[in-house]
Design a protein around this ligand. Sequence first.
Ligand code: EPZ
Length: 417
Amino acid sequence: MERLIIEGGHRLYGEVNISGMKNSALPIIYACLLVKDECIIHNIPRVSDIYNSLEILRGLGADADFIERNTVRINTKNATATIKNQELVSKMRASSYLMGALFARFNEVCINMPGGCNFGVRPIEQHLKGFCCLGATCIEKDGKIEIKADKKLKSQKITLDKISVGATINMVLASIFIEGTTIIENCAIEPHVDDLICFLNKCGGKIIRKNRTILVNGANKLYGTDYTVFPDMIEALTYACFVGASNGEVLLNKVNVTHLRYSLDFFKSMGMHIKEYESKVHIKKSTVLNGVNVVTAPYPLFPTDLHPQLSALLCFTCDGGSVKDEIFPTRFAYVNELRKMGANITTIDNMAVIKPSYLFGARTDATDLRAGAALVTASLGAQGNSEISNVNYIIRGYECLVEKLTSIGGKIKLVNN
Ligand code: EPZ
């Protein structure tokens, strides 16, 4: 079983290149099913969710693989509607984008219920509401979802009841070839939604976002293109937590500062020194870290995907703080793991309350992707050695974590025994 071994107490110092954003590379990969032509996509992180998604595309009959370190070539002209490796679909939330992509191309799709990090229910009623609004029939049976349209679809107005990244993305994909202008209201505006829109428009789409309303003008055909994925904002903000926990000073290269700005303001209020450059941000932990109280919300506010990491960082502050998760109210499995390291952390409903804590190395289990990142944060600042198991969760979302941390002075290794 693979485990991460981290020797705490070493200051991180140097430069790190931030990878492409996993959560926008994934919808873009599935969106290639709408383009019966060759697409070359750069800045794709080498993480397991990406490998699995390329495998799913190959199972559909597409050509899809890495041709360079972080560049994939995808050509789905020979793809069919039949998913061969349904077991992979159940492993990831992102495979839900197959619903929108295959529906748009074949007017039908039958897939396993998508998986995803196990921090509570991951409903898809907003997705299905949108498909029904477009005129499709949606049937959930035996753990599968079947979506079909028997007639030519007309453009509609879809109003999502909740701000949902996945439902927004699926509605953009599903409506791309529908004649007229499909209007999608109450959309998510995370950068990964805009990344997908930019990709589809570069392929010949005519999609316009006006704040939380997206207008999808139906395209007759999309054409292959060469595209570069946005930088990963959550990876960058996670490294800011690593720096804070380790008294570090690190320059993060290849970032999009605009995407980070709101969250970086919280780090500034904690006393961290943040200097922004065009596509870089210099982060330095000050002598003392102040606590902060945060409530997660849809972009551009504080991201739920940084909640566990911030909770770990708050252990190292002089006065503690709290993180209230309004997006995923049960995303607290990491709390018990931090307690194993001596964290003084309690939960009240959907809020973690963290007091200043003396953390010591311990054996912990990553319970999901960002929980794993929280344990790495805590381990970097703890006294002594820590071991984190279920590393598969962590490497599904953080490219070259061991190499990157080692390059800036982290004492971390991956062991398999
Ligand atoms: C995406 O998940 C991300 N996953 C998540 O990142 C991220 O936490 C989330 O967006 C919010 O930013 C990927 O991009 C692969 P949502 P998604 O639909 O699309 C509720 C990570 O760590 N909801 O925006 O599944 C839902 O329960 C992962 O990288 C419904 O109620 O999230 C949640 O409370 C974890 N019904 C809220 O909306 C629906 O039909 C936001 O969910 C859909 C969502």
